[in-house]
Write a protein that binds this ligand. Structure first.
Ligand code: GTP
Ligand code: MG
Length: 370
């Protein structure tokens, strides 16, 4: 069997070498980037990263689905994925509602978002924008952090009558850490106590310079309640999206990210996913986290069954073996045997991780080495 260096494998997988080294360490194989690992270890590692191995010959391991980079000419423009973040009660859901032209708040228990919702809006111009709504509570900090990574643009909602609050600042920091451009929506401008300039000044203390303050961050005054400033907000989102030149290949087996998942009494395990590349279709066989499945039905954000979902489209997937976690990667694979194999392997890894506790200082150890 052929051996491969960690670095070479990382390149083929389009993953960071340091991430591979870290994972190998957790798997009990401490090696450096330039050392070689055998085929079995390489295969385990590849699977662990959610990539699928395509065996060209017995001695050759090639990364297939999940790892292949797209050829430039296959890439087509895709809608931006926008996450709405901000402090509790600053109006994230109301703003999304206003943008959708429907009323989700009325349907929510106590007006508090229970789950991350994902919606796509089509504007008068025909342009599309996908939105993610994140719950506003401290406990969802991590989920919000994950949210930022599948997001192209973050809209930070700040209530103009309240100012920057802990979760506003947290959202700003997550956004910066993820390297995602932000747009500040100063909400509740219909309220007499709202003061947009006070917000703009306060933002300076957190190194966010809006255009009016000589910076480059776009801001917009809105009222989710009175539905004002919405066109300006979507214009600014699209302007920002244009600069990002967002593209994806729709003609490949789909890869998607789970934004929420639950067990429905009638329908079984359900996952709302956002397609990152490729096109997800009914009948597709997939792996998602430690689960697998076959797409029994796809339901869009309007509750309608659809046959397929392309890049940036949020869609609910039926036909999973179990409930995955938010943030899990869904990847379509060639056949059910492969799906079961990968899911089983991941379950074993997950079990192993639970039973062998890694040294507490693992992270710091690695930052010292690299
Ligand atoms: P969580 O999901 O709980 O974090 O809250 P949220 O940020 O989604 O806020 P939500 O949209 O639920 O709004 C909170 C409250 O502010 C509700 O009572 C809304 O009616 C009110 N609200 C939201 N936007 C506006 C606005 O533009 N003007 C006024 N006056 N009230 C607003
Ligand atoms: Mg909400």
């Amino acid at each position: 069997p052929e051996a491969i260096t960690v670095q070479e494998l990382a390149n083929r997988m389009a993953e960071r070498t340091s991430d591979l080294v870290k994972t190998l360490f957790k798997m009990g194989t401490p090696v450096t980037a330039t050392q070689t690992i055998d085929q079995d270890t390489a295969e385990l590692l590849v699977t662990e990263f959610g990539h699928i191995i395509k065996r060209v010959s017995d001695s050759d391991v090639e990364i297939g689905v999940g790892g292949e980079a797209d050829v430039d000419t296959d890439l087509q423009p895709r809608p931006p994925v926008v996450t709405i973040m901000g402090h509790v009660d600053h109006g994230k859901t109301s703003l999304l509602d206003a943008l959708r032209g429907t009323d989700v708040v009325a349907g929510e228990a106590g007006g508090i978002t229970q789950h991350i919702g994902a919606y796509q809006v089509t504007l008068k111009s025909g342009a599309k924008i996908s939105f993610l709504d994140t719950p506003g509570h401290e406990a969802f900090t991590e989920m919000r952090a994950r949210g930022a990574t599948i997001t192209d643009i973050v809209v930070i909602v700040v209530a103009g009558d309240d100012g920057l609050m802990p979760q506003t600042i947290e959202a700003i920091n997550h956004t910066k850490a993820a390297g995602v451009p932000m747009i500040v929506a100063i909400n509740k401008m219909d309220k007499p106590g709202s003061d947009a300039n006070k917000i703009r000044t306060a933002l300076l203390q957190h190194d966010v310079q809006v255009e009016a303050m000589g910076g480059e961050v776009q801001d917009v005054e809105v009222s989710a309640l009175k539905k004002t400033g919405l066109d300006e907000l979507t214009d600014k989102i699209l302007l920002q999206a244009e600069l990002l030149e967002l593209r994806a290949n729709p003609d490949r087996m789909a890869e998607a990210t789970v934004v929420e998942a639950k067990l429905d009494k009638g329908k079984g395990p359900l996952a709302t996913v956002l397609v990152r590349r490729g096109t997800l279709r009914t009948g597709d066989i997939f792996v998602v986290g430690t689960e697998s499945g076959k797409v029994r039905a796809l339901v869009n954000d309007k509750g309608q069954q659809v046959k397929e979902a392309g890049p940036s489209v949020p869609v609910e997937v039926l036909g999973l073996t179990g409930v995955p976690m938010a943030g899990d990667n869904l990847a379509v694979v060639e056949n059910e045997a492969r799906a079961r194999e990968v899911a089983l392997y991941r379950q074993q890894v997950a079990t192993a991780k639970r039973t062998t506790s890694a040294p507490a200082s693992l992270e710091s150890m690695f930052s010292a080495i690299s």
